[in-house]
Write a protein that binds this ligand. Sequence first.
Ligand SMILES: [Zn+2]
Length: 205
Amino acid sequence: MLIDFAFVHCCEVALSEICGLERPDEENTIPVRMSEETNDKKGFEIWGEYSCLKDASSVKSFRPFISIYHLKIAEDSRKNGLEPGLVAQVVLIHEIAHYVTHLGKGDDGKIWKDFTSEAKGNKEGAAQAATWLYLRKHRKSDALYVFDCLTENAPAEYQGWKEWKNWKIEDPDSSSLEKDIESFRESLIKVSRLASKKDCREFEG
Ligand SMILES: [Zn+2]
């Protein structure tokens, strides 16, 4: 399985627009590594993970990256009759959405750091909502079907975003898309304001 870095870059830009946040580092695309590891976590973290951990050996004190667990994706895709390439794409979009909501800049030009210490349900909710809106915006109906299948069996933290607003969940092609994106941004600001104000940028999800 190959990573298409042009896709990663385009996806970062598109998700930044959907979330109403700019990425702080416009030069580079977040590193993505294919991993053969497996873990016993729950939800999308079985298939992929976004991490931003302290790194003493680096000039930058925080090192964001994404891992895609491709063996587990292949195994679970086979079991559920899904196309592994589409599953990998949906998982990658979800992880990039974490990066954008964790490290984006808000309207005030400051790094969006308050979101990092938020409850898991809200962080996963933001990633899920952004992924769903991205797939809808780009009319990726096959990937939307895969997203629904993956979400259906995921824990409650991955489902709660549906309650944030009265979006037209049943109608992916609805003309209300721009309005739904607006509502999502409002929800994102509300949940981020609930978070503690301490400067904590370390993150996994
Ligand atoms: Zn996640």
